[in-house]
Design a binder for this molecule. Structure first.
Ligand code: C2E
Ligand code: MG
Ligand code: MG
Length: 420
């Protein structure tokens, strides 16, 4: 590794203002799988034979190379190649494609056939760094982009992606402080399709960060979920919403429901259930006024453990809603198996309704009605959509056409005299 770094720095020292030097960073995907399942000896053979093929690939005549020091294994299954004096990025693309092609049908070697691929990141001197350390760090960051985007591909380092990664890092740091004083719950009305009256509200989290400005839940919730930080957040939301329940019932009446989003990642264990139940008890609230919205984009929602936990909530008297339906993983079969009371048709389906998607939405509504499932349409933005949905028999409507999510006082002000 030291030799490789020195080699990069040496090239940079000798570079003139027209020079470009590319660092191609290669990390094998699923190499750990091979080590864990076939043993380290087999892993070693794979690495050796890959190194040999990599050498063959990058030594092809049309690529101008220096000497052997331009190729290195930097760590376990991480390799790097330096390319210099190349005319344009096409050369780099071609090289990356050739490296990927080594794995085109898995990796075949003397030790067997393995489901290994490669993720590749590329950083170029001078724009992405003017020393070996920066170039390696940035090529590595690009490699992670390639991995995140689904592995078995290459990505160039870009400042935009780097800024995005930095912001995610900052959000994670702030979330880890678990200081919820900057968080506020907004409430978005759900409108009864028959009467046109408000029949429920959905609690939506807002974060006014002194460090980061306004951070939208679409941005910070996936980060909280993927870093395992959602537990405290969800519990905070639940407690906060219960505090507002009395005021909300003033406008919703006894039959109205307060909907709370919960991360589906929570449904894998029953600790969350117990936490919600004890919060409910402490505040002296009844589950019958509450609806839990579960997003179906998370794959964990498919397990039998999840089904068991959903049944616990159901037995405890909560209403269960499947959020963003039509945009995620849930199949129609699962709709019949899961103890779901409500389906919220995703905005993306409503958006396409007037452009040819109407029949699908109508069929979906009819299917749900026959299954005794209550149907809410999300993201309703026009009178035309609202009318078509009402005609199709939808039960409730939610969207900017009626209201944006509102702070509690604004909501109370607007609805205190219109209902009940
Ligand atoms: P969701 O639960 O599907 O909430 C609906 C989102 O769509 C909200 O965005 C809402 O403001 C937006 N929306 C509703 N109607 C319209 C419309 O007509 N037009 C447009 N353009 N947008 C509309 P928001 O508040 O940014 O929330 C995004 C997602 O973040 C939520 O999607 C939910 O999955 C998650 N989320 C929000 N609050 C919480 C929370 O307290 N806990 C958890 N676990 N997740 C939350
Ligand atoms: Mg929701
Ligand atoms: Mg939704």
């Amino acid at each position: 590794r030291r030799m490789f770094n020195e080699s990069v720095d040496g090239l940079i020292r000798r570079a003139d203002k027209y020079s470009r030097i590319a660092l191609i960073y290669i990390d094998l995907d699923h190499f750990k799988f091979v080590n864990d399942n076939y043993g380290h000896k087999v892993g070693d053979v794979l690495l050796q034979e890959f190194a040999q093929r990599l050498t063959n690939v990058v030594r092809l005549k049309d690529i101008v190379m220096g000497d052997d020091r331009d190729l290195a294994r930097l760590a376990g299954d991480e390799f790097a190649v330096i390319v210099h004096d190349f005319p344009d990025d096409m050369v780099l693309n071609k090289m990356a494609d050739r490296i990927l092609a080594i794995f085109s049908a898995g990796f075949n070697c003397s030790a067997g056939h393995f489901p290994v691929t490669a993720s590749i990141g590329i950083a170029v001197y001078p724009k992405d760094g003017d020393n070996s350390t920066d170039l390696i760090v940035n090529a590595d960051a690009a490699m992670y982009q390639a991995k995140d985007a689904g592995k078995n591909q290459y990505a160039y380092y870009s400042q935009k992606l780097a800024l995005k990664a930095r912001r995610e890092q900052q959000i994670e740091t702030e979330l880890k402080k678990k200081d919820f004083s900057e968080f506020v719950l907004y409430y978005m009305p759900l409108i009864d399709a028959k009467s046109g009256n408000i029949m429920g509200v959905e609690a939506l989290l807002r974060w006014f960060s002194s460090e980061l400005g306004v951070v939208s839940p679409a941005e910070f919730i996936p980060i909280a979920e993927s870093r395992g930080l959602f537990e405290d957040l969800d519990l905070w939301v639940f407690n906060r919403a219960l505090d507002d329940l009395d005021s909300l019932q003033g406008i919703l009446g006894e039959s109205g429901k307060l909907s709370i989003n919960i991360s589906s990642a929570q449904l894998g264990s029953n600790v969350f259930f117990l936490n919600l139940m004890s919060a409910l008890q402490k505040k002296g609230c009844l589950s019958q006024y509450l609806e839990l919205e579960i997003t179906e984009t998370f794959e964990a929602i498919m397990s039998s453990q999840v089904e068991a936990n959903l049944n616990l909530f159901k037995q405890a008297g909560f209403s269960l809603a499947l959020d963003d339906f039509g945009a995620g993983h849930t199949s129609l079969i699962q709709l019949m198996d899961y103890p779901i009371d409500v389906i919220k048709i995703d905005k993306s389906l409503i958006d396409r309704m007037m452009g040819g998607g109407l029949n699908l939405v109508i069929a979906l509504i009819h299917f749900c009605k026959r299954q005794d499932i209550f149907v809410t349409a999300e993201g309703v933005e026009t009178a035309e959509q609202a009318e078509a949905l009402r005609e199709a028999g939808v039960d409730a409507l939610q969207g900017y056409y009626y209201d944006q999510p509102l702070a509690l006082d604004k909501l109370l002000e607007k609805y205190s005299n219109t209902n009940n």
